[in-house]
Design a protein around this ligand. Structure first.
Ligand SMILES: [Zn+2]
Length: 379
């Protein structure tokens, strides 16, 4: 017993002696929960006029917040509002960006204009899907228009949102160029949420999809928007009106958060690739990724590559695509998502130097280490 305790002590002191920098633990430490609508913006209203979306979103958000705080006292939880106040869409994104949050969760309630049969919850992230019929514009455009239309409540929306008109379909075309570097993690979390909410108080799952929500576009971290149920459906509304219903929805989202955090912390654990490589990199079979990325992008043949991740997307991008602004890219091929690095090199310090330049050109980019068909954060 004593002996093993000593061994542990030595082990931990060795751990502590690992040089800082790459070996620093990167943990999910800040999450922003965004209660949709508020103040002069009620969001959707129940058919009898008694229940407002803004009240449900704040109740769910607060419940998620207290569950996270209780389970993870070290995690900072930021609510974009904690009372019935009006917050602009850009204010919500700014709150998350300024806090350098690791995850953004936007809470909403759905509704249909006519009829009462549409029901269930759905989880959304931004981006262009590789799956047919799951793409931008093809689905949920009315929903996006409605959620984005809160922009109209701002007096100066025309200048502030650079001409974006939430009601105009043409306006959505510009989203197709605005892809996210964080799509991989956003999708993973969206799937965690979808799974965790199944069997909860809102019975029907409408699945995960990728849609042009403005607030998701402007956040520079993994971000999802959850439509927790339909206020226009009697069964969903009955659940949303009870404390157990609110708690059950929050519990599902909290469980998804736990799953995501565990994975996030594990994948970004210090020196994960150094000694326990076999354990830390179960993504075998994807190792051919560096080769295919090599086609035109020259350089690294295999092993570890460092670079600035600027894009994660289902489809394969072509060299010279305007998205990359003249930068050569290196593609890390995954099963669902391909991740694109610019300023890449097998030499960490060289790639890091490039990152200083590139982060000004690609504001939501981040520095990663690519290995075995995956990328992990490297700060
Ligand atoms: Zn909403």
């Amino acid at each position: 017993m004593r002996k093993s305790a000593t061994i542990f002590a030595i082990f931990f002191s060795l751990l502590a002696a690992v040089p800082s920098g790459a070996a620093d633990a990167i943990r999910l430490s800040t999450v922003v929960i965004d209660a949709g609508h508020g103040g002069k913006d009620p969001g959707c209203v129940s058919r009898d006029g008694k229940t407002y979306e803004k009240d449900l979103t704040i109740a769910i958000s607060k419940s998620i917040s207290s569950k996270i705080t209780a389970a993870y006292p070290d995690v900072k939880v930021i609510l974009t509002r904690d009372d019935d106040t009006y917050v602009t869409l850009s204010g919500r994104a700014d709150a998350a960006n300024n806090a350098s949050a690791d995850l953004f969760i936007s809470i909403h309630i759905n509704a249909t204009g006519t009829g009462t049969s549409a029901n269930g919850f759905s989880v959304h992230c931004l981006g262009q899907s590789s799956k047919k019929g799951n793409d931008l514009f093809s689905k949920n455009l009315e929903l996006c228009k409605r959620e984005n239309s809160v922009i109209f409540l701002e007096d100066d929306y025309k200048t502030k949102y650079q001409g974006f008109d939430p009601s105009d379909e043409q306006s959505y075309i510009f989203f197709s160029l605005m892809q996210s570097a964080h799509l991989g993690q956003s999708l993973e979390f969206a799937e965690d949420v979808e799974r965790a909410m199944r069997g909860g108080p809102i019975k029907n799952s409408r699945g995960v999809s990728q849609d042009p929500f403005w607030v998701l576009w402007r956040t520079t971290m993994p971000a999802v928007l959850i439509e927790c149920g339909f206020i226009s459906n009697p069964d969903d509304l009955a659940a949303l009106r009870t404390e157990e219903g609110i708690d059950g929805i929050a519990e599902g989202i909290f469980n998804a958060f736990s799953t995501f955090k565990k994975r996030y912390d594990r994948e970004n654990a210090p020196a994960a690739g150094d000694k326990k490589e076999d354990k830390a990199a179960p993504a075998s079979g994807k190792d051919k990724a560096p080769e295919s990325g090599k086609d035109k992008a020259a350089e690294p043949a295999s092993g570890t590559v460092y670079g600035t991740q600027v894009l994660a997307i289902g489809k394969k991008m072509k060299e010279g695509d305007p998205f990359f602004k003249g930068e050569k890219f290196f593609m890390v091929e995954g099963t669902k998502i391909n991740r694109y690095l610019v300023g890449f090199s097998t030499d960490r310090s060289e790639a890091k130097k490039e990152f200083q330049r590139l982060k000004k050109i690609f504001p939501d980019s981040f520095f990663v280490k690519a290995e075995n068909g995956k990328t992990v954060l490297d700060r």
